[in-house]
Design a protein around this ligand. Sequence first.
Ligand SMILES: *[C@@H]1O[C@H](CO)[C@@H](O)[C@H](O)[C@H]1NC(C)=O
Length: 390
Amino acid sequence: MDTFSTFIFLVCIHLCLVYFLCNYWGKVFVASMEIVVEGQNQPKIALETIKLYEMEDDRISLLPNCLLLEILSRLQCTKDVIRTGILSTRWKHLWNSVPTLTFTYIDFNHPLSDFVSFVDKTLTQCHELKLKKFGVYTCYDIEFESQFNRWIRYAISCNVEELILKLWYPGSKAEFQLDQSLYISSCFIDLTLAGSVFNPMGMISWKKLRSLYISDVILNEDLIENILSGSPLLENLVLDDCYGFSRLDITSKSVKNLMLVGYMDPDDDYANNIMRINAPDILSLTIKGCLLMWKILLLNMSSLVEANFDYEKFGYYETTSEEAEEDMLKGFIVNCRNVKELKIGFFCSKVLARLEAKGFVFPSNMNFQPYCCVPSPSLYSDSDSLLDSD
Ligand SMILES: *[C@@H]1O[C@H](CO)[C@@H](O)[C@H](O)[C@H]1NC(C)=O
């Protein structure tokens, strides 16, 4: 319902804009035509058009502030929002009331310190009391830890609903220590944390959180339990390239969608661990990315109705035998016996083909969508035989 009303709202905004623009250009056009018909001398046309232009030029600015702010908040980055300040005096101070702030460090010709100063300066000029979204996408240097944490505290002080913190590290492990206030802030609805050190000192309390995306973070079973028990409304959980746990117990009844993207423990050279996933209440499960581990075992998945297996099981090491790969996929399929929608990616399709060649029969109740993105004469043929076939 929420998405739907947002959609309707956006359609309305677009219609308004189209209406205003058409109306505006239409009038300029008609006026110009009239002048062409009436007047004989060219300069008059130009003059009249300019006058008309001046008269009409604030048509968009006639929109109420809340609508302009809504439009500005759709811009990808705060720098662009600030740039709209040159449009007119009305726009000059509009940007600092926009409820979304997004900062991206992409101008690598300038040092990171310039980016940090820009964010600092921008935040001192903002007037938000309530932030919908605060996003930072940048590489990280420990030199700026206190600034980064100040930004987080700023966002929290504005009761931010969606916080995105995506940090990357040139050639080293995540080292940004998240501010402790982040773990007990009840304002978040949507939280994206990539490339941080996750170390809450106490109990996590994310009372309103519905979606959590964690990436490149070391977790363990206790942390996962702390997250789940502290987020009673959590529906969507994505663990992207996180590691450090061998059991994923989704004890929370609210979590409906679980996505596991890749697993690789850089400290485990043998990648011979087994991960157990127990999630009796989730409705949808996606496992994708590169799994550097021996196998995943699904335990109780009794509510599952949708599953997507699009992982690969190789990497630097020849970790798993073909039998182990087949065992794992067979286990998945058998465990998904109530699933209505099953999607299978390229790697898993090949494993499934081997299973079927050995007599495995696919459960008939499943609506099974095999991998079909590559135009291939045969769905299950592997790439070697494809090359050889002509
Ligand atoms: C799986 O979990 C559900 C819900 O918690 C429970 O009712 C059911 O008995 C469990 N099944 C097995 C086989 O443990």
